[in-house]
Design a protein around this ligand. Structure first.
Ligand SMILES: NC(=O)c1ccc[n+]([C@@H]2O[C@H](COP(=O)([O-])OP(=O)(O)OC[C@H]3O[C@@H](n4cnc5c(N)ncnc54)[C@H](O)[C@@H]3O)[C@@H](O)[C@H]2O)c1
Length: 326
């Protein structure tokens, strides 16, 4: 008999020491689940798991998902029924410069996870996908829009991962959830525009250099809302394969608004210097709008707008910077 959907589970979080992974671990532990985390600490940080490491229902394993042995050893230590697969390369530009990065960290890690889940009989998979799978669309992006032609290797390898998951549902997975995230922001950020701008400021430049013309506009979601939405989806969406956009319910925040919020928090007297051009970098989708109608029908709505999420996150990430420096 399968366990009730909201009962305690034995869960593996891949990418557990990363930005979103560490917040997810904290929430799953609070809910009473047995949680195992794996991360190679290439970008993730053990400090983000400080609370979790003090809990008896948490185990952490430092390991690389491109190595099947690391994954197998985690699965042999504890029976796992659900995997939240969050490992990926999170530097899209690096993946454009060297396609091997996304083949390895975004695709192969998913392939290996599915392979080992099959070997050990783990049947439920929740997957962190992305708006980057859609490519460029002028119209509102709903889940069934097409054709899906990603413009970054990152987006391509996430889309290929979604394909693997769909095939695994056909052959052995009982249930899978694919979450297509927008830009996610908040404390413990390891990358992203707010993090990058604050990192630039920490070098005391004469002005704040911002890539593009500042008009790039995208939806931004606070990490706490993302986790709330993912958990609700995993409880309520019970098809064999479930896929949802997650995002705020607005047109997004512009890069100019974000840069201004960063300066207001960290260097109010400094000016902004835009490098110009519509895109921040090759592979950047400068503008997209998300439909979250499907998610609303399931019963979830965001509380924060993109701009409110940016303002809250700038304060949180700036605090992280100050604490790290102190
Ligand atoms: N943050 C966002 O805006 C955003 C948007 C869309 C999708 N996502 C997806 O959400 C997930 C989490 O992203 P994040 O923002 O927390 O990034 P992150 O870089 O903070 O987390 C990824 C973690 O995976 C680890 N990792 C990378 N390669 C590994 C490997 N080969 N083996 C083991 N560990 C490895 C890193 O050390 C890191 O801790 C990723 O799959 C990402 O693609 C994030």
């Amino acid at each position: 008999m399968s366990e009730p959907s909201n009962g305690p589970r034995s869960v593996l979080v891949t990418g557990a020491a990363g930005f979103i992974g560490s917040h997810l671990v904290d929430t799953l532990l609070r809910m009473g689940h047995e949680v195992t985390g794996i991360d190679n600490l290439s970008r993730g940080r053990l400090e983000y798991l400080e609370d979790a490491l003090n809990k008896s229902n948490f185990q952490f394993s430092e390991g690389d998902l491109t190595d099947l042995g690391s994954l197998r050893s985690v699965f042999s230590r504890r029976r796992i029924d659900t995997v939240w697969h969050l490992v990926a390369n999170s530097d899209i530009a690096a993946g454009v410069a060297d396609p091997n990065v996304d083949f390895r960290d975004t695709f192969l890690t998913t392939y290996n996870t599915i392979l080992v889940m099959r070997e050990f009989g783990a049947k439920r998979l929740a997957f962190a996908s992305t708006s980057a799978v859609y490519g460029v669309h002028d119209e509102l992006i709903h889940e069934n829009i097409g054709p899906m032609f990603p413009i970054s290797n990152y987006g391509a390898m996430k889309l290929a991962s979604e394909g693997l998951i769909s095939a695994a549902v056909e052959s052995f997975l009982e249930r899978a959830w694919i979450f297509r995230f927008p830009n996610v922001i908040g404390s413990r950020a390891t990358h992203g525009i707010i993090f990058d701008l604050l990192a630039k400021l920490s070098k005391n430049p004469p002005d704040l250099e911002v890539l593009g013309d500042g008009a790039q506009q995208k939806p931004y979601l606070h990490v706490s809302e993302l986790i709330d939405a993912m958990l609700l989806i995993s409880e309520r969406a019970q098809n064999p394969l479930n896929y949802f956009n997650i995002g705020p319910d607005d047109e997004g925040a512009t890069v100019r608004q974000i840069a201004q919020a960063v300066l207001q928090e960290a260097a109010p007297l400094m000016s902004i210097r835009f490098t110009g051009g519509k895109k921040g970098w090759v592979g950047d989708v400068p503008r997209f709008r998300y439909s979250i109608e499907k998610l609303k029908e399931l019963g979830w709505s965001p509380k924060l707008s993109s701009v409110a999420a940016v303002e809250r996150s700038v304060a949180e990430i700036y605090r992280d910077f100050v604490v790290t420096k102190a």
